[in-house]
Design a protein around this ligand. Structure first.
Ligand code: NAD
Length: 421
């Protein structure tokens, strides 16, 4: 179904329906969970540097708040649509539930190609979008965070904008802030660190040593570059990475640290023009089908599809991105005996440490980095174990197991609260 349609939300719904069927969830609860609680669309007029006014479209969707305040990132990308934001918000609900943190799911986005905007234009866009969605966000209702093309600086602008309107500094309105602005140590690396913990866990279960493991990573932004770096430090050989500028390959292992440094100073922070020793250029398609043990898609959704799933050679796919594998493609991977560590578990490290950051901001009491990282490890290792064990017991794949755990938790909270009024 999802491969033939352009709808990412249909893809998310299909995953929900699969889990609901296995859980024998009643139709009324499934109906509630199939609908986001709130969809909010705002016009975002921005005075450009040349004096023209451009109007962008922004969204914020809150999928479900049965287990706590909504939580989810903000994306700036030319492909942002209400359909995509709805899907991403729903996945946030399941992500928070599968790792058992007291949040519901939300997501936001502005349809914009940031590569065409100056930093000042992006700052004005961020502040205006923040004011647009301000009626529905709040430290105890909906707490944004970074996502594609947004970062700690963007979060600082959001925090400042909200604080100006409230008349008091409100650190706990966003997570993913810089350390100077009350961010958490370890938050920037948290999603990639979670990808690394999940990868080590599955390698352990499959009896494979990290230093005998080759890896390809699609996307070299926050999630992709940190995942590559940390897996490399654990002994894995990273033989291919890619970003918008294409793929980079070296069968003996890529110089990940050097590539990260290159991105810090390159135009648009991409790998464009990187020419390390013996690095070959490959296409993104070649990266996805590279001859590796582990593939980490860490760019955007719908990358592994019916078109390329049959050619994927990696035995293990650890979903750093949200929704990189279509349901149809996953059926092909499953038939081929591949293991997919699903997004809601694989990339949950970010929201787990966002939760730690929120707790620290509320208490104005900050932890050291070891405490953050060891708590993150505990949450990921325990959540992985719960998903793996259920998958073994029920003889199902890890996505279904993760979804069963998550949907069951949300459904229980919903039933205990009841439907208002
Ligand atoms: P980012 O903007 O930092 O990086 C995105 C990367 O993907 C960039 O390197 C970009 O060049 C690359 N890219 C874009 N289109 C591509 C394409 N067609 N082929 C190959 N590479 C491409 O974003 P991010 O924060 O790293 O997010 C990446 C994914 O991880 C998204 O799906 C996001 O929702 C998900 N995610 C992010 C976080 C987080 O904490 N940042 C947490 C959980 C999940």
């Amino acid at each position: 179904m999802a491969d033939n349609s352009n709808s990412v939300f249909e893809m998310a719904l299909e995953q929900l329906h699969d889990a609901a069927k296995r859980l024998e969830l009643d139709q009324s609860t499934l109906n509630v969970l199939s609908h986001p609680e709130r969809e909010y669309t705002v016009a975002v007029p921005v005075v450009m540097d040349d004096g023209r006014i451009e109007v962008f479209t922004g969204h914020r969707v809150q999928h479900n708040s049965a287990r706590g305040p909504c939580k989810g990132g903000i994306r700036f990308h030319h492909d942002v649509s209400i359909d995509e934001v709805k899907a991403l918000a729903m996945w946030m609900t399941w992500k928070c539930a599968v790792v058992n943190i007291p949040y519901g799911g939300a997501k936001g986005g502005v349809q914009v190609d940031v590569t065409n905007l100056s930093k000042e234009e992006i700052r004005r866009l961020t502040r205006r979008y923040t004011v647009g969605i301000m009626p529905i966000i709040g430290p105890h209702s909906d707490i944004p965070a970074p996502d594609v093309n947004t970062n700690s600086e963007t979060m600082g602008w959001i925090m400042d904008t909200v604080s100006m309107f409230r008349g008091s500094t409100t650190l706990e309105i966003v997570t993913g802030k810089s350390i100077d602005l009350g961010g958490s140590l370890g938050r920037r690396e948290a999603t990639g660190r979670g990808v690394m913990f999940n990868t080590l866990e599955i390698l352990k279960r499959l009896g494979k040593a990290p230093d005998h493991t080759s890896v390809a990573v699609q996307g070299f932004g926050n999630v992709g570059s940190v995942s590559a770096d940390l897996l490399h430090r654990e002994g894995c050989k990273i033989i291919a990475v890619s970003d918008v500028s294409g793929g980079y390959y070296n069968e003996n292992g890529l110089p990940i640290q050097e590539m990260i440094k290159y991105c810090e100073t390159s135009k648009n922070h991409t790998l464009e023009g990187f020419d390390g020793n013996d690095t070959q250029k490959i296409s993104n398609e070649e990266l996805l089908t590279a001859n590796v043990d582990v593939l980490v898609p860490a760019a955007l959704e719908k990358q592994i599809t019916v078109k390329n799933a049959k050619d994927v050679k990696a035995d293990i796919i650890v979903e750093g991105a949200n929704g990189p594998t279509t349901p149809e493609a996953e059926r092909i991977l499953r038939k081929k005996g591949k293991y997919v560590v699903p997004d809601i578990l694989a990339n949950s490290g970010g929201v787990v440490v966002s939760y730690f950051e929120w707790v620290q901001s509320i208490q104005s009491f900050f932890w050291d980095e070891d405490e953050v990282n060891s708590n993150l490890k505990r949450v990921i290792v325990n959540s992985f174990k719960a998903v793996w064990d259920l998958a073994e017991r029920e003889e199902i794949d890890m996505r279904n197991a993760a979804m069963m755990i998550a949907v069951n938790r949300v459904a229980k909270a919903l039933k205990e609260r009841g439907i208002f009024p």
